[in-house]
Design a protein around this ligand. Structure first.
Ligand SMILES: [Zn+2]
Length: 901
């Protein structure tokens, strides 16, 4: 404390805050301010009053794995800057945090290490909460929620009952994805493109089980149509949702078999019906047995067995060689009465559409390949535009087996009876629309809209999840647990083995229960819910997190929602966001809230990448060399073999050993530097490469600002008149007329910084350029050479205010050192003075005979005549005109004077 300085007595904070040390010591000031902010409940959410402007800033809440990684730090820092900026702008801000706390890892930890899942989870939460607090994130911890806590999952169960009442929750026997390692059922979404479990990596098998589903398909049309309302979402995410919902418009057409059975097909190209030359059914189609003739029976059975052994993903791969078998039967094409053979092939899946298709080989590539392989007829019904086919194809006419590929482009309908001559397309008056109208008029088919979206399988045969609140009664069937009996508590005395289905099913005392309706001995449902259910409504609960009488007060949820800015990873672009939108719409239709969409704006932040070493001579996991084992980063070598290593940047992960632990950065540089680096290094939506030198750079910048303020305060201990009035030095109080040129220039730099930082924070959140503006302002202060001017004081004050959202601790410390009243985070965001931005002078270029000869400064309001006179008197003119009178003078006002000799 050798060089500390005491600030004016009227500052509201107690004495110890009003000192500034010569040296920036982040660890000391950060813990001090974090404790103080907690004490004064600085980040508590204000009550919304009539007329208050609200802002709800939300980061996707984490799974409590126990350790914060850099991806978290980036996500939460971004949201925190936005929340702090909005508070300074006068908004009532809701900025909460919670824990997505149910799920497999806790159960696996329990199995591996014998720690009860609840204990493991709550320990991790305590550890991560402490880490978040050390980052200086301005959360309202009074609204913290934990999805595995009974006061939260009571309402998750209550929502389940709402779905049940609405007919949106149902049970059905289903072929499900079975993970043989985790011994559980997975949703389709949890199986990757190679048919492996997203968590265990095991090859997923098929099993038939009775499962609970949520009927998300009932909302498919709304989920698709309302994407239009989400202009504040990245285009990419909207497209991903659109593709996931997968709407296709077409017609349902009934084909009759020769035996009289009906085979329904759905087609998006009903206009090509006249070109259908065979049909294909899924090997699992219920009519296969009936349609198979005695001669074909053996081949069909063999093919069915083969198909059953393949995964759906494998079966529908585009590039796979086509396989199939004829059933021996025929169908009648309803539009032209032609007899066409019925085949089975595994690329037609029972779970999609009707399990049967009409094949139009001339205009569908997959059908084309199939027809070519099995010698089936190919009949063209679209005449492509002139010049778009090879000469072979054109010469070979319409009954061609010589086509090189299916024609799927534009053209005109041919060989299609009532459609002949009509242009091909899906627009009004084009072939698809006309075909549907004709089919409907003839009674042969009808318009149909299909979705790729399936109902959501929500039951899990696992322990660490929210119990499904129903009872199975032998008399009454499925009976919902009465609301007064919620929550159905998850029993804690469970032995977890990790095998053999749900541990809950083994707890006889828990399972056996009297039916609430008739009193008969009944059994509890032993499945738990997919954890995606817990996270599909948590953002609603934050509006009224401590309510123990209802899920949330309607006025509160309507006042705070939708979330104004949601921030999270692109990996949640489909499922979490789609389910949350679905829940919002269902709860709206149950009368619980009044809005259609939960998240007005969405920011998907990029990944954090680390410096990654690999040995190109090794393969598999062994090729990654953890950074900790590399002795010399300038000449990285394999510690085992001494071979030189390659260096790339890759997303931080344990397997690559390229992670940077946030704890280490906090311990070394403090939270403010970590925040500044993360914000400065890349725009928020782009990937960020971790670079120690750049972290150091931000630390130096903060040190420099510290020094600037320190020197300012120390000098202020003398006689200068601004002392003690810093917090009052608003732009309006500066006597602009009396300012010197240096003062005017500095003032322009100050107000440019306010303008630019505000704009960067307003729309696209360009934090990196905002921080660059802070650096420019710091430079301008350093170079101005007027440390005793009130404008300099204004600049120092402004720099500290503008820094507050980015580096909250150092800003608070410096604000107090300046004698600022209250917390810096309760100050109004500065607004800029447009007059200060106007330059006093303009630079005029001088040319002689069109050649650049020099320039001079003129007053900004210079007239063309004055400009010519000033130019004539300038040094450059004196030198190059050498006393001669120009023949002609060209004046471009405020820019240029050209003397023609
Ligand atoms: Zn009963």
């Amino acid at each position: 404390m050798s060089k500390c300085f005491y600030l004016p007595a009227y500052a509201l904070f107690s004495q110890e805050h009003r000192t500034v040390d010569a040296r920036y010591n982040p660890q000391a000031i950060e813990s001090k301010w974090q404790a103080h902010w907690r004490e004064i409940r600085l980040d508590r959410t204000p009550e919304l009053k009539d007329g208050s402007r609200k802002f709800y800033a939300l980061s996707m809440f984490p799974y409590p794995s126990g350790n914060l990684h850099m991806g978290h730090v980036r996500n939460y820092t971004i949201t925190d800057v936005i929340a702090r900026y909005k508070r300074m702008q006068g908004y009532a801000v809701l900025h909460p945090m919670g824990w997505d706390a149910f799920g497999l890892p806790a159960e696996n930890a329990a199995i591996d290490r014998g720690i009860p899942p609840a204990k493991w989870t709550y320990q991790n939460i305590a550890q991560m909460r402490e880490q978040l607090q050390r980052l200086g994130l301005s959360y309202d911890w009074e609204r913290e929620i934990t999805t595995c806590a009974p006061d939260y999952y009571k309402w998750t169960q209550w929502i389940f009952l709402q779905f049940l009442q609405a007919g949106l929750a149902y049970q059905k026997e289903a072929a499900v994805n079975w993970d043989p390692v985790d011994q559980t059922v997975l949703a389709n979404e949890q199986v990757d493109a190679e048919g492996r479990s997203w968590r265990s990596g095991a090859l997923v098998e098929k099993r038939m089980l009775k499962q609970w589903f949520f009927k998300i398909t009932a909302y498919a049309d709304q989920l698709l149509a309302d994407l239009e309302k989400l202009s504040g979402w990245p285009e990419r995410v909207r497209t991903m949702q659109e593709n996931w919902i997968g709407q296709s418009v077409g017609a349902k057409v009934i084909f009759k078999t020769e035996a009289g059975d009906e085979l329904a097909v759905f087609t998006t190209r009903p206009d090509t019906l006249w070109g259908a030359t065979f049909m294909v059914m899924s090997p699992e189609h219920p009519l296969v047995d009936k349609l198979t003739t005695a001669e074909q029976l053996q081949a069909v059975r063999a093919y069915q067995a083969q198909a059953a052994a393949r995964s759906e993903i494998e079966r529908s791969a585009e590039d796979r060689e086509k396989t199939g078998v004829w059933t021996g039967s025929y169908a009648i094409n309803p539009v032209n009465q032609e007899r066409i053979p019925i085949w089975i092939a595994d690329y037609v899946l029972m779970g999609y559409g009707t399990g049967a298709i009409m094949a139009v080989p001339a205009h569908d590539q997959r059908d084309f390949e199939f027809a070519r392989k099995f010698g089936l007829p190919i009949k063209r019904v679209v005449q492509p535009p002139e010049g778009s086919l090879s000469s072979t194809d054109r010469a070979s006419g319409t009954e061609s087996s010589e086509l090189q590929a299916a024609w799927t482009g534009e053209g005109v309908m041919i060989n299609s009876g009532p459609l002949d001559g009509i242009p091909v397309g899906k627009g009004p008056g084009q072939s698809v629309e006309r075909a549907i109208a004709w089919l409907e008029a003839q009674g042969l088919g009808e318009k149909q809209i299909n979705y790729r979206l399936r109902d959501w399988l929500i039951s899990r045969q696992r322990y660490w999840g929210c119990p499904i609140p129903v009872i199975h009664c032998p008399q009454c069937g499925i009976v919902p647990v009465p609301e007064k009996d919620l929550p159905v508590l998850l029993p804690e005395d469970v032995e977890l083995t990790g095998r053999g289905g749900s541990p809950l099913a083994q707890l006889e005392d828990w399972v056996k229960v009297k039916c609430p309706t008739c009193g008969t001995e009944a059994r509890r449902e032993t499945d738990t819910m997919d954890t995606f259910i817990c996270s599909s409504w948590y953002f609603l609960r934050f509006s009224d997190a401590r309510n123990d009488r209802e899920i949330f007060r309607k006025d509160r949820v309507n006042a705070w929602l939708p979330v104004d800015q949601y921030v999270g990873g692109i990996e949640h672009a489909i499922l979490h966001l789609l389910y949350s939108r679905f829940f919002t719409k269902v709860l709206r239709d149950r009368g619980l809230l009044d809005f259609d969409e939960p998240f007005s704006r969405l920011l998907t932040q990029g990944m954090v990448q680390g410096r990654t070493y690999y040995n190109p001579n090794k393969s598999g996991k062994d090729r990654w060399i953890p950074a900790a084992l590399v002795k010399d980063p300038n000449d990285p070598r394999d510690p085992e073999t001494g071979e030189p290593l390659q260096v790339i940047y890759a997303t931080m992960s344990k397997s690559k050993g390229n992670g940077v632990d946030p704890e280490e950065v906090l311990a070394h540089y403090g939270a403010d530097t970590a925040r500044m680096f993360i914000l400065f290094k890349a725009p928020p939506e782009k990937d960020l490469e971790w670079d120690d030198a750049d972290v150091e750079g931000q630390f130096r910048f903060l040190n420099r600002v510290w020094r600037q303020v320190y020197e300012f305060v120390v000098r202020g201990g003398g006689t200068e008149s601004w002392r003690g009035r810093v917090s009052e030095l608003l732009p309006a109080k500066v006597e602009v007329g009396s300012l010197t040129k240096a003062e005017k220039d500095l003032r322009r730099a100050i107000h440019t910084a306010i303008k630019e930082v505000s704009e960067d924070l307003e729309n696209d959140y360009q934090f990196n350029t905002a921080i660059a503006e802070l650096m420019k302002l710091s430079n301008a202060l350093g170079e101005a050479g007027i440390p005793d001017s009130p404008v300099y004081a204004e600049g120092i004050r402004t720099l500290v205010l503008l820094m507050a959202p980015f580096a909250p601790h150092i800003a608070e410390e410096l604000w107090q050192a300046l004698g600022g009243a209250d917390s810096v985070h309760r100050q109004s965001w500065p607004s800029y003075d447009p007059a200060a931005l106007v330059a006093d002078t303009v630079t005029i270029v001088i040319q002689v005979n069109g050649k650049l000869r020099g320039s001079f400064e003129a007053p900004a309001e210079v007239t063309p005549e004055e400009q010519e006179q000033l130019a004539l008197r300038s040094e450059a003119a004196q030198k190059y005109l050498e006393g001669a009178t120009p023949k002609k003078v060209v004046v471009v006002p405020k820019k240029l004077v050209n003397f023609v000799l």
